[in-house]
Write a protein that binds this ligand. Structure first.
Ligand SMILES: [Zn+2]
Length: 386
């Protein structure tokens, strides 16, 4: 890969002195993960991986051993690893005595590793195997406990290792989900501005601009992304990590989560309640983004007493066209109707009514509710997105 790829780290890390200490995000270039290997050489390291990530783990373990590390393998033979207490306990017992934990995987393995390393009181890192979600460096770990989904507060990985040759080969649906998560930043950032206009909610410019820049960088290289070009997948990955950085700067998830995420959370709770398999986060967010964009456009077409209408019309006009986003999602293999993800009709109807209640955060869903437009917009949303 080209040397320039490493420059992308600067998008995440170079925006002001205070950011440089957040995470060590290292892209593999000709010299490998230099800083990381330097840091862990000679240490006792536990490597957590599953059957899908085994080949990458094997290679990494060899590299670590070659640098004098004592490696403990924490192997999960699962094709679809579920982060239950038992699985975490297994990791905890195996990894005891290690000085550093490295996940080789994406969402689930990273969350489990964050959780186990927090319990053990040692640092962790991840060799990312897919640009699939924006939680790599989040303080939350989504785990299953007693059949319920819980989000534990954990410490963030110190190192995020990205090898374009690995992430470009990830299952296409995972990359599609990562792209969906990033596309969601359009409505998420618009919701933030909406709340700023209507409620005076402050906008952290640094976090906002960082996210916006990474989003446009990723979308700007869309054609190459559809071909799973290494540089383009890295830009997607960079945007996903930037979401974490922006949240860290802001101190909350406002820069990365708006109405599209609230819809996803609402649906997720229903899947959990029913004990059904939860569709990938980014895939739900992608369709939620279309719904939220539709809501903004609906506002524009309604002639009700809308406060600050000129400023809000500006927001709507600045959003990309729904059709162009839909086309991009389709090209990446993201479904554009909730029915395709196994969502029940009545659940989507309920989501339109209630998703604004899942977080105490003002979004276009709250606005539509306050204006009393929920019932009138519902049939339009059902027809287009169910
Ligand atoms: Zn997300």
């Amino acid at each position: 890969m080209k040397e320039e790829n490493c420059g992308m780290v600067n998008v995440t890390k170079g925006q002001g002195e205070n950011l440089t200490e957040l995470f060590n995000v290292e892209y593999k270039n000709r010299t490998g993960f230099q800083a990381f290997f330097e840091k862990v050489k000679g240490k006792r390291i536990a490597v957590l991986f599953d059957v899908n990530t085994k080949p990458y783990a094997r290679e990494m373990i060899e590299q670590l051993k070659g640098r004098g590390c004592h490696v403990t393998e924490v192997y999960y033979p699962d094709v679809e690893l579920v982060p239950t207490e038992d699985k975490c306990d297994f990791g905890y017992e195996k990894a005891k005595g290690s000085e550093y934990l490295l996940a080789v995987g994406s969402g689930t393995l990273n969350d489990m590793t964050k959780s186990v390393s927090t319990r053990l009181g040692v640092p962790c890192g991840v060799l990312a195997t897919a640009a699939s979600m924006d939680g790599y460096c989040s303080k939350g770990a989504a785990l299953m406990r007693g059949g319920m989904k819980v989000t534990d507060t954990v410490h963030t990985p110190e190192d995020i290792l990205i090898d374009p040759d690995i992430i470009k080969k990830a299952p296409k649906r995972m990359t599609a989900a990562g792209f969906g998560d990033i596309i969601g930043k359009y409505t998420c950032l618009t919701d933030w501005r909406l709340s700023n206009i209507l409620n005076g909610e402050p906008i952290n410019n640094q976090a906002f601009e960082l996210m916006e820049m990474a989003l446009s960088d990723c979308v700007g290289d869309f054609e190459a992304l559809t071909k799973y070009d290494g540089d383009a997948v890295c830009k997607l990955m960079n945007a996903l990590i930037t979401a974490g950085t922006s949240m860290a700067i802001c101190g909350n998830s406002r820069p990365a989560s708006g109405s599209e995420h609230h819809q996803s959370h609402f649906l997720e709770m229903d899947f959990v309640r029913r004990g059904e398999k939860i569709p990938m986060h980014g895939l739900k967010v992608a369709i939620g983004t279309l719904v939220s964009m539709e809501l903004y456009n609906y506002l524009r077409s309604c002639d009700v007493g809308i406060p600050q209408r000129e400023r809000i019309w500006e927001l709507v006009d600045e959003l990309p066209k729904i059709d162009s986003i839909k086309e991009m999602l389709e090209k990446m293999g993201c479904p554009t109707r909730f029915s395709a993800l196994g969502v029940r009709r009545e659940t989507m109807e309920e989501m339109i009514e209630k998703a604004y209640t899942v977080r105490d955060r003002y979004t276009v869903l709250t606005f539509i509710h306050e204006l009393g437009l929920t019932e009138s917009v519902k049939p339009i949303l059902m027809e287009k997105y169910y």
